[in-house]
Design a protein around this ligand. Structure first.
Ligand SMILES: Nc1ncnc2c1ncn2[C@@H]1O[C@H](COP(=O)(O)OP(=O)(O)OP(=O)(O)O)[C@@H](O)[C@H]1O
Length: 640
């Protein structure tokens, strides 16, 4: 294998030596080979097999190589500056010797091209292409110009003479021209590398997908197919690549796709029970079809997918958000999104840390939808919302007769329901020590045991946990198991509070306003500079959820669409003061007692956890969590 990735094919030994000297002088590691006209293809092929990725090739060979060997090739011949310099020297000499008037230049040599005649014309000389060698130049020729396969700077001024005494000058390939060709070849190498990486990525995706994929070029020839296509069509790549598509798919007419760029769907049978659905999609460049891609799916698989999709929707265990829904221009958060995308490609447990309303659930749903598990259930569990015993039976299920009130046939737990999908354990910091140890077993072994059961059930789930609490602090206080923490904290995502990323507020405000405008059939709000100033300075303890609440209130209260600083202040005041007329009387006591009293008061006023959460600018989860810590009161409290 050659280390050098670029090679030069020289037309003779002298040329090769001249090029090698230059490459050595420049410290360029370029392999140099010599070819005659006949063996040039064989030599180029050998170089390709030995790992050469780009060729620099003397002009006379370039076309042959470009059409026969699949290596990017740079053509090396005297360029316009070589010609200009050389002809300028010649005309100076002709003027000096009194021969310039009506001079005719006879052009010969293998590297002759149209540019020489054009430049001579500009310099005031007529030209004549000589059919033979310089020695046969006719008498009307004032001087002969020979374009040779030679590397030299075009500075020669003194000519050689033919036997008939006609002066002869050379146009050669200048050093700068060689250097330029090296740079071009290096550029091709770089571009080729990028293309190869893309091609490999593309192939990996193609091989990974469950559908059969066949690519056809504009001549209707099969140029690529993936492994699934081989399996479905029961033929190997070798048997199909290079064949006309019609020989493999006699029932598919590619005309509509290749001529008019239309996408078509066709059902095929294979003569037996199995059937395929093929979709034919054009490959378009600047609106022109340059080929087509045929995707093949077994009909039975489609039916299964339909059924599975329907069952998933009916179960309600679906994730609606994708990363596109998560609005942020903050650099840290954008990095977090990139990390989340890469985490979605693996099955390791993810721990999301962020204050209430920062979007932990959106991120969890987006990870699920970005992952291979997106067609399977996404089960979200709020660990703070259920008392310990109920949480355990919900998570792990139970066998028949496990406890009084249990269903006769037992019940699948959420881990089982999430099989092949993702389980999102929100507010993981709130779970009791008993549930923590059961959870540890699932994390370690991906197995569960139903309550009251003795069977071990394997579950294939990806686990995403979230918390607003500092789990290390809980660990130090002995409230959270250290081993569980380490099991959970394999991949971590941290969401910044809204107050730490005020640059997100304008974008979020506009997007939320658009969302509510569509819902309430109103105009989106326009926030003037004063309004935006108040919004960006506010501390947002309830984060984006609180911002949503404020914008919803503005939307309902405002008659026109323009929001001022005063409008925002009023609504923010209301959200702080809580309810209608009310100046809330702040109770006396510890912070916990004040919180408790305020939550209980608003709960009584509204009769709804959701409303209470909205008014207080916190999540329902936080309400549940706080209520759980005032357990005695919960028992007494009866919702109206
Ligand atoms: N960056 C964001 N872009 C758009 N919407 C967002 C963003 N962050 C949060 N939201 C919205 O804020 C609300 C709260 O989000 P989410 O429920 O994901 O937060 P959370 O951190 O899980 O809250 P909690 O811990 O209180 O359950 C949702 O309505 C969500 O759509």
């Amino acid at each position: 294998m050659l280390i050098n990735k670029i090679a030069l094919i020289a037309p003779n030994r002298d040329f090769a030596l001249q090029a090698s000297d230059l490459f050595n002088e420049w410290g360029e590691k370029i392999h140099v080979a010599v070819a005659s006209g006949e063996d040039v293809i064989a030599i180029a092929q050998q170089l390709s097999e030995r790992g050469i990725d780009a060729l620099i090739c003397y002009a006379a060979f370039a076309e042959t190589i470009k059409t026969t060997v699949n290596i990017p090739t740079v053509c090396l011949c005297p360029d316009i500056f070589d010609i200009l310099q050389s002809l300028q020297n010649i005309t100076v000499w002709l003027a000096k010797t009194g021969r310039l008037a009506d001079a005719v230049l006879g052009l010969t040599g293998e590297a002759i091209h149209g540019d020489i005649a054009a430049v001579a014309d500009i310099l005031g000389c007529k030209t004549k292409i000589l059919s033979g060698s310089r020695e046969t130049a006719p008498a009307e020729v004032t001087a002969v110009v020979i374009a040779t396969a030679r590397i030299a700077d075009n500075r020669e001024v003194e000519p050689e003479y033919t036997a008939a005494g006609i002066p002869c000058f050379s146009v050669t390939i200048g050093h700068e021209t060689v250097s330029k060709s090296v740079r071009q070849a290096q550029e091709l190498l770089r571009a080729g590398h990028v293309d190869r990486v893309r091609l490999e990525q593309f192939k990996a995706i193609m091989e990974f997908t469950g559908e059969g994929i066949v690519a056809v070029d504009s001549q209707r020839q099969i140029v690529y197919l993936n492994h699934t296509a081989e399996k479905l069509l029961k033929k190997s790549k070798d048997q199909m690549v290079g064949c006309l598509a019609v020989t493999v798919f006699p029932d598919i007419n590619l005309d509509d796709t290749l001529r008019y760029g239309q996408t078509r769907t066709v059902s095929l049978t294979d003569g037996g029970e199995q059937g395929f659905t093929c979709r034919i999609v054009p490959m378009l460049i600047s609106g022109q079809a340059v080929g087509a891609v045929i995707t093949i799916v077994e009909v039975s698989l489609l039916k299964e997918r339909d059924k599975a999709g329907k069952a998933l929707v009916e179960s309600g265990y679906t994730a609606n958000y994708t990363f596109d829904d998560y609005i942020t221009v903050n650099a840290f958060m954008q990095e977090m999104l990139e990390a989340a995308k890469s985490y979605a490609c693996v099955d390791s447990t993810i721990l999301i840390h962020g204050d209430t309303g920062t979007g932990k659930e959106i991120i969890a749903q987006s990870i699920h939808n970005y992952s291979q598990r997106s067609r399977s259930p996404f089960v979200a569990v709020n660990c703070a919302a259920l008392p310990e015993s109920l949480l355990e039976s919900e998570l792990f299920g139970y066998e028949c007769g496990a406890f009084t009130g249990a269903r006769k046939n037992g019940k699948k737990g959420l881990f089982e329901q999430a099989d092949k999908g993702t389980i999102f354990l929100d507010e993981i910091g709130e779970i009791s020590p008993g549930t923590q140890s059961r959870l540890l077993r699932v994390l370690q072994q991906r197995e569960i045991m139903r309550i009251g059961g003795d069977r071990v059930i394997a579950v294939d789930v990806s686990i995403i946990a979230a918390t607003h609490r500092d789990l290390t602090e809980l660990m130090e206080k002995g409230l959270f198991r250290r081993d569980l923490y380490h099991r959970l904290n394999i991949l971590q995502l941290r969401l910044l509070p809204l107050a730490d990323r005020p640059e997100d507020i304008p974008l979020l405000s506009h997007s939320i306003s658009k969302k509510y405008a569509a819902k309430l059939l109103k105009q989106p709000l326009h926030f003037n500079a004063g309004a935006m100033g108040v919004l960006t300075r506010y501390p947002w303890p309830g984060n984006v959820r609180e911002l949503e609440g404020v914008i919803e209130r503005l939307m309902i209260l405002k008659k026109d669409a323009v929001v001022t600083a005063e409008d925002v202040k009023k609504v923010l005041d209301r959200s702080c003061d809580c309810r209608g007329n009310g100046v809330r009387v702040v109770p006396q006591g510890t912070l916990a007692e004040i919180e408790h009293a305020v939550i209980m008061q608003v709960l009584k006023e509204t009769g709804s956890h959701e409303q209470t959460a909205k008014i207080l600018g916190i999540s329902t989860t936080t309400i549940w969590r706080k209520l759980r810590s005032f357990q005695n009161e919960i028992i007494d409290f009866k919702m109206q």
